[in-house]
Design a protein. Sequence first.
Length: 517
Amino acid sequence: PPPAPPPPGIDLAGPPFNFQIRLLDDKGQELEHHDVTRIMLPQEYMEATAKFEIDRANPGKNLLTVQVALIPEFFSGPPCDVELVLPPDRNPGLLETKIKEGTFKQKLIRPTSRRVFKTLSAFNLQLRDVPDQSGFVYVNVDGFQRGFIFATNFRGGSFDPLRARGLRIYAPPYAQPNPKYPVHFEVDNPPGDEVSLKFGIDRDDDGQITDDELIDLPPGYRSQHVIFNPSGPDGALVFKTEVKDWSAEIDTSGIIGRRNFGGWLVASTGGPKLEVLNSRNEKVRTVSYSETLDATGKKPPVIIFDNTPPEDIAFRDVPPGQKALVGSTLTVKATGRDPETPIKSVLFFFGDPTDDGKLPAGVMPFKGKLLPGPNPVWVAELTAFEKKGPQDISVEFINAVDLGAFATMTIDVTGPPTPAATTPAATTGKIQGTVTWGGGRFALGGLDVSLKNAKGEEKKKAKTKDDGSYLFEDVEPGEYNVSSSRAANAGTDKGNTAVTVEAGKTAKGDIDLMRRP
């Protein structure tokens, strides 16, 4: 037998594929045969219904379910993988961060007789407060994108799959002229609706896309492949199907400026004649705009081709004398414009651009922030002045087609100002008081005052002034006792007071003497 072909096998051309599988007996007589011309759509061998339930008592607890089942009469393959998808760009009414909980994948096995339904679900869905909460629910089937599409307003209730023709084109709204401008097509059509795809760019900018401006794309509404391996396990014939959305690279070399573009589905009417239809199934000859979307889901009426960088790049409000201090933060502002495409980003950085117009290796740029106001100004805070001397600061303006332009200025970085003298934190405290007699009525000057710690050890001595006041300085924090006395005719006048000393504070230590026999 011939050697097995290398994986994945032989790619059979199509559609239509037009190959036949024949089963022969040991004498070479045909027992049966099957003609294969196309790959079936999921809607032909599966059924699906969807339901959205609103939990009005608990906002944010809404539930989406999709019931899916194989049709035994039309399905005879291996287990089938199905997946629930809620694309954010097609569901602006759903809070994207909440599309996480549920059963998003199931595996279906061909039932022997009756249909067996399984449930795909997304729960705890939260709706945004937007005027239009409508969206689309997708079910992918064995890698077939959007095998089922459900349109819903998310107001509750059941809904069936769409069976209408649809075309979406994802193309960068801004681009440099190049031979490989990327375009991605999403085409959806019901079973039995044979369509192919047309795409055009108004190259001569006359407001119409004419026949000579249409771009040839492969036949069929999607890229389809049947991979055949005649040497499968145990001599089996192995077939693998693959269906993907079309992607194309369009040569836009030499196109500058705004250009209309459009896409159409070309449907067969049963004869050799073809009808050109727009997204509303209206017959048209040439139009300048059809249903086209960029990657964010918005409708750009044109593509803008630009091959020039931004212009008039300049720094604004340069500091007086163009000076800055080591270790300081400097606010820098810059302006720039681009007459063809929007400014995408503004980057400030230390140093100069390279000779080939790029940021130096290892440089960490500071992203500019657009200030509010009628005249666009971008601002950033620079915080890395590490040494004195001249310092170059540059800014790069980058437009929507990734072309950049620079401006550079030089700042004189000087030494920091002399720091203000700082007072060290206090580690000791003070005790201030007055020695009196007679319940505080008479101040006693010229008396000794003793300071003892909690162990009774004398640490300091002081003498009262004429007004009876005294002061102990540089006292370690802690518990103390201050005392004083004087001799009298019939005994001794004595007094003491407990004092707590804290660092950096002055404790009160008044002493009133009393007669002691």
